[in-house]
Design a protein around this ligand. Sequence first.
Ligand code: ZN
Ligand code: ZN
Length: 143
Amino acid sequence: MDITRDIHASGLKVTAARQRILELFHASPQQHLTAEDVYRLLWAEHKDFGMATVYRVLMQFVAVEILVRNQFENSPARFELNTGKHHDHMICTRCGRVEEFVDPDIERRQHAVAQRSGFALVEHTLSLYGQCRHCGSERTTPA
Ligand SMILES: [Zn+2]
Ligand SMILES: [Zn+2]
């Protein structure tokens, strides 16, 4: 991965904020970050860009398709790298963890359903809400 080249190729100018924010997305184990997450991570390393700057850069990256913006229920938008590969999400309503999945059967069924209605499917988002294995196991642990 070449951050500088990626930004340049998108037509945006390479700035310190853009460079550092894109680096964060490549380095972060939690691939789905809110603007606030990004702001906090920058703040933790004493790179204080300000929330307005962070948000502006995120939206610029979405516009040039470097990032994808996901709007999950009851939570601020989550941004992730645009890998160009379709996937769906599971969202933990307790801790906010986001996990990705792809299920060929679900994908096929969605196309079949759309086709049956004469609906030309262009894209879809599928989000499952519930408790992740960490939060779910806490709940079911016997007292
Ligand atoms: Zn959880
Ligand atoms: Zn994702």
